[in-house]
Design a protein around this ligand. Structure first.
Ligand code: IMP
Length: 425
């Protein structure tokens, strides 16, 4: 299958879980390279649903090796809870097939407190974070004061780093945010209590990827969130705190960029967004509500209703050029059924100018007017279609138009939540 990177092409929640799950079947090793348990991948196999926030969803495939790369921020409790949950379902989560990079940073209780305290204080201009401590953990990484998974084997280092962190964080929590402070000994003891269960999972992720690549490849790099939540290229400041672009598969896992062969962008057949931030094609009317209810658009991580809107080819074009997409996997096409017409935003207008790519100034996206193209809708149930030729003409036209607008082939089409409901072209 070659070494493949999967990324979300929009603002996350494109249905990556299902596609990752499918491609995992053809891979030997599956690697997460950024984000943390702010992600939520829902996979449905034979009617049974599993939501994974941290552990790569490839774990559901027997015998596959799943690795958590250095670019991930890892909440130790969440990792163990997910592992326990999977184990209770009879899934092998032994260290032989599940590993954590010693360089991955740990999300600490003070990161979660700061995330929540800051959001509460940002009244009126909230980012709408998931509150999982993701941003504050990456901040400590960049500030070079973070705890890394490998530190768990050195209790003295853990205590020293926690002491140093709390010196500053407790002042912020108490004085600035009027929030509960954290007790140094309790934070250390709780973490060190979990250490014996986590240490066996610590591994040299780079070497394991390198060996797999040299043995013939088939490594799958599973991105989280979406390209327009990227810390640099996304709709800053309404973004997550990591690079979600495919290039980070390399930095976030230790694989050389020249070893990556295929970049698959997951595109939802319409657009959704959770949290705050600009969204030019957002529908605040009945069509938006229809997409939300028909597409079950409620966050897998926070349960928040997702904002819904028409497909936006401008953000997709940007995704294509930032990531060098080789293929598109189009998801949730069935959700568009019974809409009288389908719209695709093909450009933006702003102050007498037409944009085919995103304007770069902060806040500019709030001021654009989408330019729409209208295509026919469809009434047929497509959830059982198993080939492109089976799809009604209007659906084929919609898919082909996406290919024209992005210049990328749509090689997979998902017409329902189950693994089987996928058309491979
Ligand atoms: P954070 O990643 O928790 O800091 O949240 C920053 C922004 O990214 C917020 O708007 C979140 O709603 C959004 N976000 C984070 N993770 C995901 C995801 O997996 N899917 C969609 N949006 C996400």
């Amino acid at each position: 299958m070659a070494n493949t990177v999967i990324i979300g092409a929009q603002w996350g929640d494109e249905g990556k879980g299902k596609i990752v799950d499918m491609l995992s079947a053809q891979s030997r090793v599956i690697v997460r390279f950024q984000g943390g348990n702010n992600a939520g991948h829902t996979i449905r196999v034979k009617g049974e649903e599993t939501i994974l926030h941290l552990i790569p969803s490839g774990i559901l495939h027997e015998g596959k090796i799943c690795l958590i790369g250095n670019g991930v921020v890892l909440d130790p409790e969440v990792f163990l809870r997910e592992a326990d949950h999977l184990k209770a379902r009879g899934i092998d989560v032994s260290p032989a097939r599940l590993g954590i990079s010693k360089k991955a940073h740990l999300i600490m209780p003070y990161h979660k407190s700061l995330d929540k305290a800051r959001e509460a204080k940002r009244a009126g201009h909230k980012i709408g974070t998931t509150g999982r401590g993701i941003g504050p953990c990456y901040e400590d990484k960049a500030a070079r004061v973070g705890l890394r998974a490998g530190d768990l084997a050195n209790p003295e280092l853990v205590r020293q780093k926690v002491r140093h962190a709390l010196l500053e964080k407790n002042v912020l929590l108490r004085e600035l945010y009027k929030y509960d402070t954290l007790d140094e000994a309790a934070v250390c003891d709780e973490l060190l209590q979990l250490a014996p269960r986590l240490i066996p999972y610590l591994t040299d992720v780079e070497s394991r990827i390198h060996e797999a690549v040299n043995a013939g490849g088939d490594v799958l790099f599973e991105g989280a969130q979406g390209i327009h939540l990227d810390i640099d290229h996304g709709t800053y400041p309404f973004v997550t705190s990591s690079n979600t672009v495919a290039g980070n598969a390399s930095a976030g896992s230790g694989v050389a960029p020249s070893r990556l062969d295929r970049i698959v962008g997951i595109v939802k057949a319409y657009t959704t967004r959770v949290g705050s931030g600009p969204f030019p094609t957002e529908l605040l009317d009945d069509t938006g509500s229809y997409l939300r209810s028909n597409g079950h658009e409620f966050g897998a991580t926070t349960g928040r209703p997702r904002r819904c809107g028409w497909l936006d080819a401008v953000i997709l074009r940007e995704t294509v050029r930032l990531n060098g997409l080789t293929d598109i996997a189009l998801t949730k096409l069935d959700v568009l059924r019974n809409l009288p017409a389908l719209r695709i935003c093909v450009a933006y207008d702003c102050q007498e100018r037409r944009f085919e790519y995103l304007p770069q100034e902060e806040g500019a996206l709030e001021r654009v007017t989408p330019v729409y193209e209208e295509l026919p809708g469809f009434e047929e149930d497509i959830s059982q279609c198993s080939s492109f030729a089976d799809l009604p003409a209007a659906v084929q036209t919609y898919v082909r138009r996406i290919e024209e607008l992005t210049g990328v082939k749509v090689s997979l089409i998902s017409v329902g939540a189950d693994r089987q409901q996928t058309i491979v072209r």
